[in-house]
Design a protein around this ligand. Sequence first.
Ligand SMILES: [Zn+2]
Length: 278
Amino acid sequence: MSHPPSAEFVDIGINLAHDSYDGDREAVLRRAIDCGVRQFIVTGASVQGSRDALALAQAAPRILRATAGCHPHQAIELDATALAALDALAADPLVVAVGECGLDYHRNFSSPREQRAAFAAQLELAIRHRKPLFLHCRDAHADFMAILREQAAALPPAVLHCFTGVAAELDECLEFGLYIGITGWICDERRGTHLKRLVGRIPRGRLMIETDGPYLLPRDLQPKPVSRRNEPMYLPHIAAVIAAARGESLEDLAAHTTATARTFFSFAWETNSEADST
Ligand SMILES: [Zn+2]
């Protein structure tokens, strides 16, 4: 992976607690760091996954932060006990956002009604803890915006991660004030090419980048990796595709998306320092 040696990246969505990384998690981080990825926001998508994400952040607090939330797929699990557990996790200083939370009507592993209730409860959690939101939305734009609008006056800064929607949806998100996360979905010639036409609409200061590993391996990597597992070392590749689509240099895109991520997640990052190896 060639990239400007000075470029620094933040992967704002990496499911690093996923068991597919159990055998070589440190090597995964090291490879990414060698490619310029300096910090990582470890996604929590369930109560246990959020505990695991926080444990990883506690073990390497110079480079890792965690989110605490319940993905819409798991909304059915978010009972009072689970919500109390997320509440406790959200109070931890290393937990820098509430989420992943939102709506996903693509598969409806939990019913839309359960998803809406879990989403609203997590918005309240973020408001109470004054933590940013890490949001997910798939095939549910209208309900997603309606639930956000109910809390519009009180909402903290919020990023819609892995945006995959259409132009009108993007414009509505931006007008509402959301930050936008773009993944390697944009590298998918089957379903992501529309994003190349859309990413230029996202103003500087509102765009962040992510791999969503181990999911969403960029489909245009050359040579194709043997493993289907996505890793944060591919973030500079995703960044280069986004930069080209926006008519920006990779250095420029890295600089503004990294600055946005560091501000959004309120972390006094150490720049140009040797990252933890733990
Ligand atoms: Zn997601």
